[in-house]
Design a protein around this ligand. Structure first.
Ligand code: DAH
Length: 338
């Protein structure tokens, strides 16, 4: 009987000595197999117990149990210690992903666009989101019942009456021109709101960038130059422009502005519907009615205005196919920009 107890004592002594020298978890697992594994001395101890008489079996069995518990205990202690050390020193251990605060795609792109226009001498104006019916419509040559009002699905306020969430940044054209007398050029970037269902290409709120330039001879060729500079800088490549006749009540003549497809370089792709062109802005020469509303003599001054959608530009630049991603709080959307 003594012999078994001694044997168990020796095993524990040896195991303890060995475990103290172990430096990593891999060695610790080898130790565990050796002393507590299926082929270990302890695992086969029941065979030995079977051959002992009852009294001896009780004593040796108890000692065996204690030894096993002690081995398990030192195993767990060592494992805990090594795990902590390994995390501290293992430079290859994968860390938790850290999201550093970055500007959203909307903010970073708006910043870039503002810079481009500032470099061309435009002032940047932050205008109110809630505007009067007059500012949004009447001042822009769209009196009540004008069919063109139908182009904008408006979100009206209950109070005060005749106020709304601006449907376009053009609502600031007249207040802008009243405040800053010509010659002046500026941009009004910001959110606009439409009462419409959302899908991958429409959201009920989005950003526009309104451009206004009035002087004695602001004209279409200036507008063309400004657009060329802007799009080349924004997309960081040479862009070709196309002006198409169009209609807006507040410009005369009015145009739609197309750029050569930034994705396929006019070879034809599904984004430009194989036309090679992308519609990116509305523009025109400011209607004399609008200049008059702003108290500007349309015989002396003239100007151009344009409006473009920020999200559309971002979607084209980063090849994002759902506008709603830009307004969601999914941080992965922002990673595209870095
Ligand atoms: N406000 C127009 C829209 O939301 C865009 C626009 C067109 C703005 C022509 C302009 C312009 O300044 O001249 O659809």
């Amino acid at each position: 009987m003594e012999k078994y107890i001694e044997k168990l004592e020796n095993i524990f002594k040896q195991a303890k000595q060995e475990i103290e020298e172990i430096k990593n978890l891999k060695e610790l697992e080898e130790w565990k197999i050796k002393y507590l594994g299926r082929k270990s001395y302890l695992a086969n101890f029941s065979e030995i117990l079977k051959n002992l008489d009852l009294e001896e079996r009780k004593k040796v069995g108890e000692f065996y149990n204690q030894t096993k518990e002690k081995l398990e205990k030192i195993y767990h202690q060592q494992k805990e210690k090594l795990s902590e050390e390994e995390i501290e020193f293992d430079f290859y251990h994968p860390g938790n992903q850290v999201y550093y605060p970055t500007l959203t795609l909307i903010s970073s792109n708006l910043k870039k666009i503002i810079e481009i226009f500032q470099n061309m001498g435009f002032i940047i104006i932050d205008a109110p989101l809630i505007v009067s019916e007059y500012e949004n419509f009447d001042s822009l040559n769209m009196p009540k019942f004008h069919p063109a009002r139908e182009m904008w699905d408006t979100i009206w306020l209950k109070e005060p009456r005749n106020y709304l969430l601006r449907t376009h940044t053009s609502a600031f054209q007249v207040p802008f021109l009243k405040k800053y007398k010509p010659p002046i050029r500026g941009i009004v970037p910001g959110k606009v709101f439409r009462f419409e269902a959302t899908d991958s290409r429409h959201d009920f709120e989005f950003y526009q960038i309104e451009g206004i330039s009035v002087s004695e001879n602001s004209n279409f060729s200036h507008l063309r130059y400004i657009f060329e500079e802007f799009f080349d800088n924004y997309f960081e490549k040479k862009i070709t422009l196309r002006f198409r006749p169009s209609y807006f009540p507040f410009t005369e003549p009015s145009i739609e502005v197309d750029i050569s497809c930034v994705l396929c370089n006019q070879r034809g792709c599904s984004v430009c519907k194989f036309s090679g062109w992308l519609e990116v802005a509305g523009a025109g020469m400011i209607h004399p009615f609008v200049l008059k509303e702003a108290g500007i003599d349309s015989k002396k001054f003239q100007g151009y205005a344009f409006g473009t959608g920020l999200e559309r530009l971002i979607m084209l630049k980063y090849q994002i196919n759902d506008i709603r991603l830009l307004h969601s709080s999914d941080l992965r959307t922002n990673e595209i920009s870095s």
